[in-house]
Design a protein. Structure first.
Length: 227
């Protein structure tokens, strides 16, 4: 019996989706754009444009309203550019298709899962091999990467932010001496908590190590940003 070949889904080929070079001043932000672009982010985008050009499409409605690429347009203004390549869709900016592009460009990437270990190793290789630019253009800086390493690696590998910075080769953490350590064991949780009160430490259920005198833990929420 001949096995029938599965029918491929019909995907429209849109020859009109050609890149056109237009004046940057003719583009306007979408009035319903809900994302703000920080100066830090724009610096990364500007570095990317300068180094690689426009490898991501800026998408606009028929009247020049931006649907995707608001950050790229802002960064282009910051670079002093006057012309920019775009793809123009034959839709009005308030058309449901246009709004779908606006939200999809921002949100679909959130559904991906990140291998944090692979990401940190990749970023470290960039930092080690590009001394001049470092992490500029990746969306990370040294402090953000150190924080990501600290919160995603087990304590047996990276036990503190100091160790994370040292692992990354950050100058301020170079040549840090190994801290003195002592292992304390307890028969029960009551004894463990009694010891914690004695030394003034906050030992949670999952705490496996601490500093004495106690050190203030860094506020990682200020260092880690969702992609």
């Amino acid at each position: 019996m001949t096995k029938r070949k599965a029918k491929e889904p019909a995907i429209a080929v849109r020859p009109e989706f050609e890149t056109e070079l237009i004046e940057l001043a003719s583009l306007t932000p979408h009035p319903r754009n809900y994302r703000n672009h920080t100066e830090d982010q724009l610096e990364h985008i500007k570095r990317s444009i300068t180094e690689h050009g426009f490898y991501r499409n800026v998408v606009v409605a028929r009247d020049g309203t931006i649907l995707a690429g608001h950050g790229v347009v802002l960064a282009s203004h910051g670079l002093g550019l006057t012309m920019i390549p775009v793809i123009r869709l034959d839709v009005d900016p308030d058309d449901p298709q246009a709004i779908r592009v606006l939200t999809g460009d921002n949100e679909i990437s959130r559904l991906a899962e990140t291998d944090d270990r692979q990401l940190t190793e990749l970023l470290k290789s960039i930092k080690d091999n590009d001394i001049d630019a470092g992490l500029l253009g990746t969306g990370f800086d040294d402090s953000m990467l150190a924080a990501l390493v600290f919160v995603t690696r087990p304590a047996s590998e990276i036990e503190s932010m100091d160790r994370a910075g040292e692992w990354l080769g950050m100058p301020e953490f170079g040549g840090v001496d190994d801290p003195l350590k002592v292992v304390v064991q307890f028969d029960n949780e009551e004894d463990r908590q009694s010891f914690a009160q004695t030394i003034g430490a906050d030992l949670g259920p999952k705490t496996r190590s601490c500093w004495y005198p106690p050190r203030t833990r860094q506020d990682l929420a200020a260092l880690i940003f969702e992609g």
